[in-house]
Design a protein around this ligand. Structure first.
Ligand SMILES: Cc1cc2nc3c(=O)[nH]c(=O)nc-3n(C[C@H](O)[C@H](O)[C@H](O)COP(=O)(O)OP(=O)(O)OC[C@H]3O[C@@H](n4cnc5c(N)ncnc54)[C@H](O)[C@@H]3O)c2cc1C
Length: 389
């Protein structure tokens, strides 16, 4: 039986960032990834905020993965009312980005086993027994386990963790650059609990839908028609995303959850790369601390993981409260909200414009009925600007 001190299931951004963190501390983690190639197949809109690059000292130039920089987004409400916002983000090639993280992990001393699906994990007081799928009968025993297996969280569920509630997303990559900014189109009837997006990139555009409604393809096709987007579809991408923020239990004894498995996704825009990597970093840190305390014979609780995460904005309750309030509004409410701000840039509202917006709000008693809800939208969207991707 092979005995890596720390094993990580999942070679996505969360698992790979955990591996980088662990390996840099001199432990040699093993990452198990079921697919043959890290980063493939892509299941992502491929937008990533500048802050994610800064957090992990990732260069934005001279790399394989940054294909376009964006500094503005449009939140488009029904009746085509637009609120502009500053957002500094990049369109990336997600497969190249994940491979970049994998190389960084290997350089630091991690081992990555691709084409290796974990079938079963058995928990023991002193660690986890890991069984592979297929012909390879090798069994692994790891003292500390990080589960970063993505949104479906099957292994986590089998180990009695609760799995995140999911929303589905579907996307086309289309030839040609359609639009200038990152666009988010809200419509409570057509895309309940979500939106359609237009993310222009390098001579191509990612156009997608995330919603709890059925018939996603039909809805996305109607959106393309409405926006007169006619380029050739070169790729279709789909997947599930955690929609209600972190799961209740993030760690137990010598196992922690990271990334989508832990529900580490912004519940308003449903971006999970930055949050996933951040949780991976802390999962790795906790793994190293756990093993060090074992060696030293001192007490350690992996509940420390929640402590580290709790200092970050994306863990605040207001995110989920914003989700619950915003995504339960009608189109009439959203139209009024859009009208209040129409064509303003939220980050550049001057004193005079603030007064005008307040005047607009006063003209809409149906909005003012919800002062707490409006505050939740304001706070949630403010956090989402930083933690949305
Ligand atoms: C259509 C779509 C668009 C999105 N757009 C964006 C966006 O623009 N920006 C953004 O920030 N986020 C976006 N997201 C969310 C983002 O992709 C995820 O939050 C992010 O990939 C989470 O990283 P992760 O490492 O937790 O999980 P994943 O990236 O899903 O990685 C998990 C890995 O575990 C592997 N695995 C699973 N089970 C096993 C097993 N039993 N054995 C071995 N390996 C296993 C999988 O193969 C996978 O490689 C989007 C998601 C979807 C579906």
């Amino acid at each position: 039986m092979e005995e890596p001190k720390i094993a990580i299931v999942g070679g996505g951004p969360a698992g790979l960032q955990a591996a980088i963190t662990v390996a840099k501390q001199g432990f040699q983690p093993v990452v198990f990834e079921e697919h043959q190639r890290i980063g493939s197949p892509i299941q992502c809109g491929e937008g990533m905020s500048l802050k994610a690059f800064h957090d992990f000292s990732i260069p934005t130039t001279n790399n394989e993965f940054c294909v376009r920089e964006h500094k503005q987004c449009q939140l488009v409400f029904p009746s085509n009312k637009i609120l502009y916002g500053d957002i500094h983000a990049f369109m990336i090639k997600r497969d190249s980005f994940d491979q970049y993280l994998a190389n960084k992990a290997i350089e630091a001393g991690a081992e990555i086993k691709t084409n290796t699906k974990i079938l079963e994990i058995r928990r023991k007081p002193e660690g986890s027994i890991i069984k592979l799928k297929g012909q390879d009968k090798t069994t692994y025993f790891s003292h500390f386990l990080i589960l970063a297996e993505g949104a479906r969280a099957k292994l986590a569920q089998n180990l009695s963790f609760s799995s995140p509630q999911l929303i589905k997303a579907f996307e086309y990559r289309i030839e040609g650059e359609w639009g200038e900014d990152l666009e988010f189109h809200f419509d409570a009837q057509d895309y309940p609990s979500g939106y359609c997006w237009i993310f222009p990139r390098d001579n191509e555009t990612n156009v997608g839908i995330v919603t709890t409604a059925k018939q996603m393809k039909t809805r996305l096709d109607s959106f393309l028609k409405k926006k007169k987007i006619k380029g050739k579809i070169v790729k279709k991408i789909g997947g599930a995303i955690p929609m209600k923020g972190p799961v209740s239990k993030l760690a137990s004894n010598n196992i922690v959850l990271a990334g989508d498995t832990a529900g580490m996704v912004n519940p308003i825009f449903y971006g999970g790369i930055r949050i996933g990597m951040t949780s991976g970093k802390f999962a790795g840190k906790v793994g190293v601390e756990y093993l060090t305390s074992l060696e030293e014979g001192t007490e350690y609780s992996t509940q420390q993981y929640s402590q580290y995460l709790s200092q970050l904005q994306f863990m605040q309750d207001v995110n989920l409260k914003c989700h619950n309030f915003f995504y339960s509004r009608s189109n009439s409410f959203l139209t009024k909200l859009g009208k209040t701000f129409d064509k303003k840039s939220i980050n550049q509202i001057t004193g005079w414009e603030k007064a005008k917006i307040f005047g607009n709000l006063l003209k809409n008693p149906s909005l003012l009925k919800y002062p707490r809800g409006l505050l939740r939208i304001y706070l949630g969207f403010k956090i989402a600007r930083d933690w949305g991707f």
